[in-house]
Ligand binder design. Structure first.
Ligand SMILES: O=C(O)CCC(=O)C(=O)O
Length: 262
C-alpha cells in the first residue's frame, strides 16, 4: 500500500485556514503528507508544524502526489549538514549494480558531486530524520542515509525516476535492502544566486518546475497505492548557471532500510 493511498483518513479536526490568524506554534497540528494530501487540494497551502517548526505545505499535484514544505529545515540545521559534507564530496553515482566497484555507477546523466551522511550521525541528523519520517508518515528506519549533493555551474541530474524496476538483476538487492523507494524527500540547502534562472527541479511529464529556496522540502510519491511505479515522476535536477546548488535527499523505502552488500 502506498503511503499516499486514498484510504488513509485525515483525523485532525482543527487544521487552521491560511486566512485565519496564525495560532501559537503549540496549537498547530503535527501531521504528515499522506494526511495533508487528503485535505489540501492542488494549488492550495496549509500551515502546519513538522518537528515543532511552523512550515507551509503546498500541494502541487495529486496524482502523483507532490508537495513543497517551506521552512522544513532551519538555517542552523542546514549549516550543520553543509559542515558534515565539507571536503567529502565525490562524483555522484546512479543506483544500480556495478559488478566491478560493488556500488552504483558514474554516469553522464548525473554530473554533480555527493556524499552520504551516516544514519543517526548526531543529534541534529536524528532530528532531521525524525522530521522526514513525520512528513512521510513512515518510521525513520525506512529512510536511506541522507545524501548531500552539490551542483556547480552547468552540472545536472538528467531525466530519471527514483523507483526501482520490479524485475531485473537488481531485484534481489532491492528486496533485501528495504524494497521499493515509495517516496523521495529533497531539501534545498541554499538560495539561488541573484539572476539565477535554473537550479530547480523539473518534472517534464507534468510540466512542473519547483523553484529552489533555502529550507524548502520537496516530497513526492514514486509508486501508486498498489506499488506500481509512476512514470509521471520522471524528474531532473536542473543545473545552476551562476552559482552552486546544494540539496539533501532522503529516499524512503517500503520497509526498514538495510545496508546490504551487492
Ligand atoms: O537536484 C534536483 O533538483 C533533483 C535531484 C534528484 O533528482 C535526486 O536526487 O533524485
Amino acid at each position: 500500500m502506498s503511503i499516499f493511498g486514498r484510504q488513509r483518513r485525515f483525523t485532525s479536526p482543527s487544521i487552521p485556514s491560511l486566512e485565519a490568524p496564525l495560532p501559537p506554534v503549540s496549537q498547530l497540528p503535527e501531521t504528515s503528507a499522506p494526511e495533508l494530501f487528503q485535505v489540501v487540494g492542488p494549488g492550495a497551502s496549509q500551515i502546519v508544524t513538522f518537528g515543532g517548526r511552523p512550515s507551509l505545505f503546498t500541494t502541487l499535484s495529486r496524482e502523483p502526489s507532490i508537495a513543497t514544505v517551506d521552512g522544513f529545515l532551519s538555517p542552523g540545521e542546514i549549516r550543520m549538514l553543509r559542515i558534515l559534507a565539507f571536503g567529502r564530496m565525490h562524483r555522484s553515482k546512479v543506483a544500480g549494480k556495478n559488478y566491478r566497484t560493488k556500488s552504483g555507477f558514474q554516469s553522464s546523466v548525473r554530473t554533480s558531486s555527493s556524499t552520504g551522511i551516516a544514519k543517526g550521525k548526531n543529534s541534529i541528523v536524528r532530528k532531521i530524520e525524525a522530521r522526514i519520517s513525520q512528513l512521510c508518515g513512515l518510521p525513520s528506519e525506512h529512510i536511506e542515509p541522507l545524501t548531500i549533493t552539490r551542483y556547480r555551474p552547468g552540472e545536472f541530474y538528467g531525466p530519471h525516476v527514483d523507483w526501482f524496476p520490479s524485475k531485473g538483476r537488481n531485484a534481489d538487492f532491492v528486496r533485501k535492502s528495504g524494497g521499493q523507494r515509495v517516496a523521495t524527500v529533497l531539501v534545498y540547502l541554499n538560495d539561488p544566486k541573484a539572476g539565477e534562472t535554473g537550479a530547480g527541479t523539473f518534472f517534464p511529464k507534468l510540466d512542473l518546475r519547483i523553484e529552489p529556496k533555502k529550507g524548502r522540502a520537496l516530497i513526492w510519491q514514486n509508486v501508486d497505492s498498489s506499488q506500481k511505479p509512476l512514470d509521471l515522476t520522471v524528474h531532473e535536477g536542473e543545473p545552476p548557471e551562476l552559482g552552486t546548488k546544494f540539496i539533501v535527499t532522503a529516499w524512503v523505502r517500503e520497509h526498514p532500510y538495510k545496508r546490504v552488500k551487492r
